[in-house]
Design a protein around this ligand. Structure first.
Ligand code: BTN
Length: 321
């Protein structure tokens, strides 16, 4: 691909490369070279253009583009079909469309910003360009419907492991899958399901992670309830390293779960659980009640002892700590 060749030549060059040299070695017109330079800039590469000297790569792209991400993937399936966008309404919507068209398990849709990012319970997800990770992963597990919530619990464990590996942040999980640091939210997961009768067609696991936001990057009073890895860990995060690490943990945990069930991952989830042993407020539909969070069941349901001393199992709903 000529664009890759131009990029490779710019990366190799020490200083400026003349447009004439580029067009001669790549066998294309100077205006074609210029078009590729414009496209590379749109992909986040900083390229100087000088009428006399030619082109110089000032800074590689920090966008999560295929050319930068794919060479660093260490997975077998997750991320190997990688759909990158600079802006989308919501990566979950695009991923569901791809899944409907038959996209393979492990397909990732990633966007630099979302203009209508979606959260759980009909909420939105603020997704400014370049600071976070907004991605959706297509999964096709052959499992009974009742086990699908475990996939979201797996995803939250994988996000925690990636944060622990790449940053100084030590996160906690609020059931079912909010990732918190110092009581503020750093990541949310929205899993959407397509199934017929008892058979799962596909799951789209949408993950939004605040990585490099500073408090002023959050709108209104969101900074009171949200944080980022850079705020909590004190230094900026290499988003490409974070993304590829997350995909590795997620794929390994998912494969382990398919083969061995939820046992070990349940332990890993519990090791990071927030609010266990404390009084929590449960909001399930129109009902609200207080109880003592005691853990999660072998299938991932939250176990809460109500004020009458009865142990209740929660398979959906909202918990506030
Ligand atoms: C939550 O409410 O906590 C879930 C937030 C999920 C946000 C992610 S960002 C990528 C994907 N696309 C969306 O529109 N939402 C999810």
């Amino acid at each position: 691909m000529p664009r890759k060749a131009i990029l490779a030549a710019l990366k190799k060059a020490d200083g400026y490369l003349s447009g004439e040299d580029l067009s001669r070695t790549l066998g294309m017109s100077r205006s074609a070279v210029w078009k590729h330079i414009v496209a590379l800039r749109q992909e986040g590469y900083e390229i100087q253009a000088h009428t006399r000297l030619g082109y110089k790569l000032e800074r590689a792209s920090t966008f999560l583009i295929p050319a930068e991400v794919e060479p660093r993937l260490e997975t077998e399936r997750f991320g190997r079909n990688y759909h990158f966008h600079t802006s989308l309404p919501s990566s979950n919507i695009t991923a569901k469309e791809l899944a409907r068209q038959g996209a393979l398990e492990g397909t990732v849709v990633l966007t630099e910003e979302q203009t209508a990012g979606r959260g759980r319970l009909g909420r939105g997800w603020y997704s400014p360009p370049g600071l976070g990770i907004y991605m959706s992963l297509i999964m096709r597990p052959r499992i009974p419907l009742g086990q699908t919530p475990q996939v979201t619990l797996l995803a939250s464990v994988a996000v925690c492991k990636a944060l622990e590996a790449v940053t100084a942040v030590r996160p906690q999980i609020k059931w079912p899958n909010d990732i918190l640091v110092n009581g503020k939210k750093l990541c949310g997961i929205l899993t959407e399901l397509n199934a017929e009768m008892e058979a799962v067609n596909y799951l789209v696991v949408g993950i939004g992670i605040n990585l490099n936001q500073q408090p002023a990057d959050f709108p209104g009073d969101v900074a009171n309830v949200a944080t980022s890895a850079a705020i909590a860990g004190g230094e900026p995060v290499d988003r490409i390293r974070f993304l590829t690490t997350l995909l590795s943990f997620f794929e390994a945990d998912y494969d382990h779960w398919l083969q061995n069930g939820f046992g070990q991952l349940r332990e890993e989830w519990l090791a990071r659980a927030a609010g266990m042993g404390t009084t929590v407020r449960i909001i399930a539909g129109k009902q609200e009640w207080l109880g003592q969070a005691e853990g999660i069941d072998t299938d991932g349901a939250l176990l809460v002892r109500n004020e009458d001393g009865e142990l209740q199992r929660l398979i959906s709903g909202e918990v506030s700590l």
